[in-house]
Design a protein around this ligand. Sequence first.
Ligand code: ATP
Ligand code: TZP
Ligand code: MG
Ligand code: MG
Length: 271
Amino acid sequence: MDKPMISASLQRVRDVNPLIHNITNVVVTNFTANGLLSLGASPVMAYAPEEVADMAKIAGALVLNIGTLNPVVVESMIIAGKTANEYGIPVIFDPVGAGATTYRTETAQKIMNEINVAVIRGNAAEIANVAGKQSNIKGVEAGNTQGDFVELAISTAKKLNTVVVTTGKEDVITDGDTTYLVANGHPILTKVTGTGCLLTSVIGAFAAVEKDILQASVSALTYYGVTAEIAARKTAEQGPGSFQIEFLNQLSKVSSSDIDQYGDVKKLQID
Ligand code: ATP
Ligand code: TZP
Ligand code: MG
Ligand code: MG
């Protein structure tokens, strides 16, 4: 995948302005809506079991995020997910905190069992736990998960038959056969809550306009990482608060020439 393809996907999101139905957590709701707006997508949050089917079927993508789950929200996720599957709408899943509690781990596994998920995006510990490999997780943060993240992502993609995105210092994006590494981003992203959750919704926006889900995911990750680098540079003298605002600004500004200049994406050759 070359950088012009990534820029073309970004331009398509901005042209199409896809509706993204998010069933997400209470921590990141506002940040996610603002981030999607800045990108050029159209966010909606709708959680009631009575309405999620109606909303999911008109969306370009459905994002399920278990960050602050409860039984009603889980019921809504299953209804919305099944509706999205019926209408051929991509479902993007963020298993926030999988492994931290039995309820989260079991809910993540229920979603993977009952819904056809197009992309699962999490930190390495979350992905390992969804794949049934126990990995320590501190609340919602990966902590010091060790191991071969490329192998973890590939084996999980094969096992769950989905695109897997494992994020951290470097991001791994794979469908089990073809694997990309994105080395953009900035450590200050870890000091603003919801940057992982917003990323999952941004993948949803790219998946809404791009049939090739692997390409959509690589494009979203590269765009997001380049945006963070530019925002971090502009707020280098300040802290996470200024970065958060500048990151929202830059989500609307990043251009194809920024992606061309700063994008650090490569296809892995695996024997
Ligand atoms: P966690 O709760 O463990 O922080 P998360 O769900 O917030 O997980 P991250 O892995 O932090 O998700 O990924 C969110 C974004 O931050 C991604 O774009 C990722 O590339 C970026 N990122 C995370 N850590 C770093 C880092 N050390 N250096 C550069 N970018 C990073
Ligand atoms: N607690 C439950 S959900 C949530 C927290 C702090 C937000 C997690 O956001 P992210 O994107 O994983 O940092
Ligand atoms: Mg993070
Ligand atoms: Mg997260």
